[in-house]
Design a protein around this ligand. Structure first.
Ligand code: SAM
Length: 366
């Protein structure tokens, strides 16, 4: 099928950053087009001047890798647009549209979605309600797998209003499998701060796929820079990892009592790991992005740490350009030192004015 329009979800307020990133990525693969966005609507459309061809079952080479995009929560290929007349049978219209396409494999799941905005509550209600009969009808017509199957394409119906929708597909290993591209996590009541959810999301989403159970394991060692009150340290301790928690503030007693945490009231920029090396360096210090990126690079290239997860604060302006520059500098230095690495950077659901970056190297690279 010919694809000439893509939709990317992002956090409301970051549409211009999403657009800047798309312009850069599409130009890199010599596909040209233009972004369309509305401020604070939480998504950006990218329209291509010439379509590319891609199989509906996900076969073929998709030009942009979702994992490489920082600001995207989701990547969708649009295959049509439906306008519903009032009182019309929307489910019937969608089935007719799908029947006219040459798609023979069932979808692995179906999502009725909407812009994730402050005012989107009504659309959220509509989508939730509409997805019930739609799901039933798709099942009945064998257009939906019996159980959710993330090895198949998903069907997404993107509603800006109840009168029309974009019909879109997402493809295995090149999308978020979560509804609206949002990782919902339950706050663990025993964790000392809500920041814990940022590290939990990063562990689930930024490490090489399905690797977190093998690469963050009991008996490993870590340094947490800017650790207090201890939300990030909590995630490490929960996995049986011994932590050097570095911060002038107070670390939660509950963490100290685990016997896995040693607190150092030290400046994170000068701290040296007690045994000279740790498996993980995590860093949530609120500092300029260039300072943090340089610090993380120095720990990785001098092998003081094997891997790292850290935040880069977003500046007020040119947010994409600034963090891209920091990450490119980091990549250049790691390459010069011939270090094999996996890097992923994302504006996570639990991030606000920062992105989270994971760099995995060495034996952790699987
Ligand atoms: C956002 S908070 C960290 C929250 C923590 N990750 C958690 O989950 O509870 C930032 C912390 O960085 C610490 N910090 C800022 N600059 C620092 C520095 N140069 N050295 C050590 N800690 C620093 C602050 O004291 C503060 O506690």
């Amino acid at each position: 099928m010919n694809i000439s329009k893509l939709i990317y979800y992002c956090r409301a307020g970051f549409e211009a950053d999403m657009a800047a990133e798309l312009d850069s990525h599409f130009a890199q693969v010599s596909l040209y087009g233009y972004s369309q966005l509305k401020a604070k609507q939480g998504f950006v459309s990218f329209n291509l001047y010439s379509p590319f061809i891609f199989e509906s079952d996900g076969r073929g080479k998709f030009p942009v890798k979702f994992d490489e995009l920082m600001f995207a929560r989701q990547q969708l290929a649009c295959i049509g647009n439906l306008t519903f007349e009032s009182n019309k049978d929307r489910v019937g219209d969608i089935l007719t549209f799908l029947n006219d396409l040459n798609i023979n494999v069932p979808f692995g799941d179906v999502f009725c979605e909407h812009p994730e905005t402050e005012n989107g509550k009504d659309m959220a209600k509509f989508c939730k309600k509409f997805s019930v009969p739609l799901r039933q009808a798709l099942r009945k017509h064998k257009r939906l797998s019996v159980k959710p199957n993330n090895g198949l394409s998903y069907l997404h119906l993107f509603f800006e209003s109840s009168e029309s929708c974009e019909v879109c597909l997402s493809f295995p290993k090149n999308r978020s499998n979560d509804y609206l591209g949002i990782t919902r996590l339950k706050f663990p009541s025993e964790a000392p701060s809500r920041s814990t959810l940022k590290l939990e999301e990063a562990i689930l989403k930024l490490l090489p796929r399905n690797s977190h159970k093998e690469i963050l394991v009991k008996g490993m060692t870590a340094v947490d820079l800017g650790a207090c009150p201890g939300g990030w340290t909590y995630q490490l301790v929960k996995r049986g990892i011994k932590v050097e928690a570095v911060d002038n503030g107070e670390i939660a007693d509950s963490l100290m009592q685990t016997g896995l945490v040693t607190h150092f009231a030290h400046d994170g920029f000068n701290y040296q790991p007690q045994e000279g090396h740790v498996d993980w360096l995590v860093c949530d210090m609120i500092e300029k992005p260039d300072r943090v990126a340089a610090l993380m690079t120095s720990w990785l290239v001098t092998r003081k740490t094997t891997s790292s997860i850290f935040n880069l604060k977003l500046p007020m302006q040119k947010r994409y350009a600034v963090v891209k520059h920091e990450l490119d500098t980091m990549i250049k230095e790691l390459n010069e030192k011939q270090i094999d690495f996996h890097m992923r950077a994302k504006h996570l659901y639990h991030d606000r004015d920062e992105i989270t970056v994971a760099v995995v190297t060495g034996g952790h690279l699987i």
